[in-house]
Design a protein around this ligand. Structure first.
Ligand code: FES
Length: 653
């Protein structure tokens, strides 16, 4: 009789295998992705499958209880001790006796698809750099002397077909102890920098390691450092945190940090030390909050702008401060975490730094490109990542352009008189009645608007403390819509605007949003200097977008994606009123959240994604704003609010 036909779902892969073949082996033969840590010993349960019984006309087969072998002693022991969900079998123990349809559940797929939460969810595939292998190492034998390491390597070759592995020195130092503690059975973590690269044994545990390995995706911003702890099995984020970048004390923006490095002997090293210490702190914090032991955190991806990237690596950032803005290296880099002073991670942990696009456009922009994939877009998309520096990508299937624009930190609430970081108590949204000129607002941490009953009680603990980035943007846009501000950005007097909320401050005016002084809180207002800071920032952003559009030879874009933690909070309507972005219908403006962080996460979960972004970055055309005279022209034209009166009239309606 013909060999049994096996159909795997959901992959649809099918083929004939010899009767008696274990399901795990059949999966390997047919190229089906089925996980295994113990190598088929019936103890890890990563290989679980569900046979599907019934008649399948499509495949011309009938599958019933007789087409798979009964539970053998190993599977029965596992089921008794640990339990298996109804209908589930251990793929390494169940043997194929007749035609079968076998479903591989998501958690048993090594390369499972993880779906992004965004509205335009694209599936991303798990393909991490790390995998676990259980090894049974031969105990030492006086009559056949060989070293522990040699016998471990032999086990790796014989049991997993891996002959070219090397061992991290930290693992080597613990090898004797670990082998004996596990009674010659150990779980090894193998890291591959690429599918072709020889693996590195980065960690070793006695016995079978249960549970997942983890990685950290880091978005190293000039103002904040955001970190996600991610399971390398399912791709899910198990903890997230963010801290201020401690380099701020050496300079608010990138240029001031470069000049600190230039003017202060040892200044660059000081900044390198500060950011590395912050990363170590984040490792410890995230591990504790997710209750994950740090010895499981073995991989890390980092994205950041070129100055952050160079300082982290201990490279001098001075060349990045002057034309031709030469990078020390633009390539992606794989290196041990210990080379970055990340002592909070285990000795074998590895780091992947995404490639940089240009001297001003860093790995953060590359990560945004990885997350948003403009090269796959049919329509022309402008992606704006707003941080202390804005990075812009414009492109579609044909071509992708990139530039950065020196917006400064005003959009993050810095250099604004009542500005503050996004934290409970900060005003994040504001509306001004055009008739009465009275404001109402919402603060972070409270769902109520300030004119709703219960607002005072709900904010009693946090108070109203200032304006965060989205708050100041909405405030300026609303002031313009309410006629408190002219197109040149000049705030009117109390007389001109007809509101007692307008206070004279020397020869200029300030609009009072909230007076908390009676209860000991701050006065939150928008001053003329605040308006000027926002005008400069938004003109820089808009001019960058125009420059890319010139280069692309277009006068309009099809859609705009606002990225960055800030992009997640700013309302598209207000961004348009302010003239931060080119005119598009408001429904064509969307938010991608922290796309750089998402890109770092995708790269953490997938070697294929790392190769993809390395390829894409080479194809992106870089446009240098600092050297382009048209940037200045666009910048000057863009400082009015918004940039074009016609658009303003339309938005006002
Ligand atoms: Fe480990 Fe089947 S492969 S239990």
């Amino acid at each position: 009789p013909a060999d049994p036909l096996v159909v795997f779902t959901p992959s649809g892969k099918r083929g004939r295998v010899a009767a008696g073949t274990p399901v795990l082996e059949a999966a390997r033969q047919l190229g089906v992705d089925l996980d295994s840590v113990c190598g088929g010993r019936g103890i890890c349960a990563r290989c679980q499958v569900t046979p599907v019984f019934g008649h399948f006309a499509k495949h011309g087969i009938t599958c019933d209880e007789t087409t798979l072998s009964d539970r053998n002693a190993t599977e029965a022991r596992y089921t008794e001790k640990r339990g298996l969900a109804p209908g589930r079998r251990l793929g390494c123990q169940a043997r194929i006796l007749g035609n079968v349809v076998i479903d591989v559940p998501a958690e048993s797929q090594l390369h499972r698809q993880v779906i992004r939460k965004a509205a335009d969810a694209r599936p991303a595939t798990m393909d991490p750099a790390l995998r676990l292998c259980l090894l049974e190492v031969a105990p030492p034998d006086m009559h056949a002397p060989s070293g522990d390491l040699e016998r471990l390597m032999e086990a790796l070759r014989a049991q997993w077909g891996i002959a070219d592995a090397s061992v991290d020195p930290g693992v080597f130092a613990q090898l004797q102890k670990t082998l004996r503690a596990g009674d010659w059975t150990v779980t090894a973590a193998l890291h591959r920098a690429s599918a072709e690269a020889p693996p590195l044994l980065t960690a070793l545990w006695p016995g079978l390691l249960e549970g997942d390995l983890y990685g950290l995706a880091i978005d190293l911003g000039s103002t904040t450092i955001a970190a996600h702890l991610v399971s390398l099995r399912g791709g899910e984020v198990v903890a997230s945190s963010g801290v201020m970048n401690p380099q701020i004390r050496f300079g608010e923006d990138l240029m001031s940090r470069i000049s600190y490095a230039m003017m202060t002997p040892g200044g660059a090293a000081e900044m390198t030390g500060a950011v590395r210490a912050a990363l170590n702190g984040l490792v410890a914090e995230l591990a504790a909050s997710a209750d994950v032991c740090t010895d499981r955190i073995l991989d890390m991806t980092i994205v950041g702008n070129p100055v952050m990237h160079h300082l982290l690596l201990g490279l001098d950032p001075v060349e990045l401060g002057q034309a031709p803005f030469a990078l020390a290296t633009a390539s992606a880099r794989d290196l041990p975490a210990r080379d970055l002073g990340l002592g909070a991670l285990p000795s074998g942990a590895q780091v992947y730094l995404l490639p940089l696009i240009a001297g001003h456009v860093g790995a953060d922009a590359a990560a945004v490109a990885l997350a948003e994939a403009p090269e796959l877009s049919d329509d022309l998309v402008l992606i704006v990542d707003v941080g202390t520096n804005a990075e812009l990508l414009l492109g579609n299937r044909g071509r992708v352009l990139a530039c950065s624009s020196p917006t400064g930190p005003a959009f993050e609430g810095a250099q604004i008189s009542s500005g503050q970081r996004a934290a409970p108590g900060a005003i994040e949204a504001i509306r001004i009645d055009p008739a009465t000129k009275e404001p109402r607002f919402r603060v972070i941490g409270c769902p109520l608007w300030s004119d709703e009953p219960g607002f005072a009680a709900a904010t009693a603990r946090t108070g109203v403390t200032g304006l965060c980035g989205s708050g100041i943007i909405e405030a300026v846009a609303e002031m313009r819509l309410a006629g408190l501000l002219d197109a040149g950005g000049l705030i009117g007097s109390a007389q001109q605007t007809g509101t007692a909320r307008m206070r004279a401050e020397g020869r200029t005016h300030a609009y009072l949003i909230h007076d908390g002084s009676a209860s000991g809180g701050p006065i939150v207002s928008v001053t003329q200097a605040d308006i000027r800071a926002i005008q400069l920032a938004k003109a820089a952003l808009y001019a960058g977008a125009r420059l890319l559009m010139d280069e692309m030879g277009v006068d309009a874009v099809d859609r705009v994606v606002l990225a960055g933690a800030f992009g997640a909070h700013v309302s598209p309507q207000h961004a348009l009123v302010l003239g931060m972005i080119p005119d598009v219908p408001v429904i064509r403006v969307s938010s991608a959240g922290n796309a750089a962080g998402t890109g770092a996460r995708i790269a953490l979960c997938s070697l294929a994604a790392r190769r993809r972004i390395e390829r894409e970055v080479r194809r992106i055309t870089k446009v240098e704003t600092a050297l382009e005279p048209r940037f200045q022209e666009h910048f000057v034209a863009a400082s009015a609010i918004p940039h074009a009166t016609a658009a303003f009239a339309r938005l006002r309606r």
